[in-house]
Design a protein around this ligand. Sequence first.
Ligand SMILES: [Fe+2]
Length: 206
Amino acid sequence: MKKGDLTSKLYDELKKRNLFEEDNEEDDNEYSDNDDEDNDDSESNGLYKLGSKAIKILTDRIKDEYTAHYYYRAAANWCQDMNYKKAAEFFKNEAKDELKHSQKLQEYMTDFNIIPEIPQAPTKHSFNNLIGIITGAYKMELGLMKAYNKDSLSLFKEDITTFDFLTEFREIQKGAVVEYNDLINASELIDKTDKFQVLYFEQTYF
Ligand SMILES: [Fe+2]
């Protein structure tokens, strides 16, 4: 079968099964596809605004990114105090990255005419040992990976632009989870109660 024939057959089949129905409806409604009540304010200038679901999701994630920022700042301070020099440097950079993530989420909102309300994130994080910092970071990053995955799924049908935007964040979270997963595996190679071995671990893996 020729390529053109195959395409038109596929098109007919999709049409027969009404799979284009939604697209057609949206075509009639091109400039009002965002029917959230939140966006119906009288000052509206006809420009597209994010819907309330996307706003709620992005606001929650801004809080999580700030939480991660404060967590890593606290971790860097603790490591600096304990003289784990390489780990301190590592967590300083992690903290900087988390701020960038939070900023990126906020800029996306302003790009679509929403002024973000920055939630208060928890700032107090205390630690007893380096391995505890790593397991805590793993839990935090895994939770955030799951949150971005869930958010993306729930936005997929109604806001594909925000879904696409979140792709980068899902990738980032996957990388973070794998990174801490590897550090936890490496920590299994040492006796975590032996200070000298923990120092060797820090020197080797950070
Ligand atoms: Fe992040």
